[in-house]
Design a protein around this ligand. Sequence first.
Ligand code: S3P
Length: 158
Amino acid sequence: MAKVLIGFMGSGKSTVARLLDDNYIDMDSLITEKIGMPIADYFDIEGEESFRRLESQVLEELLKMDSVISTGGGVIVNPYNRSLLSKNKDTIYLKADFDTLYSRISKDKLNKRPLFITNSRDQLRQIFEQRQVWYEEVSTQQIDVTMKTPEEIIEEIL
Ligand code: S3P
């Protein structure tokens, strides 16, 4: 069974996934390899909808595997993805408050997220609030990661 990490941008999904298993699969990296360009460029050229379709195909394949999977923050936007994730018995929501996440996202110079570039802070907060319900709906475990180190988070998961 796949162990799937979900949560908003900046919640630490990839960091935690790496600590859980060196051979974890990062959905965004996999998609970046497939499309041959950064996700921000793909959003510009092909649009978000096209990215969501790809994301859905990749998720469906990965859920059949016995791996630790780090997802992109928007994986729960598509209702089909939510139904897939709901059926998975080990889906962990890394939860944090918006201000913490926003500060992390804005400091991340290596990963320029398209939704961060194209939305104001208030718009991003609305996206966050809408998604929180979905993260909670599909997850089997929720961990408040706001004040925790990656090691403390791992301890809670295991
Ligand atoms: C997205 C989050 C990103 C990436 C893409 C869209 C989103 O992943 O999949 O930029 O819609 O929240 P991270 O959560 O790893 O930043």
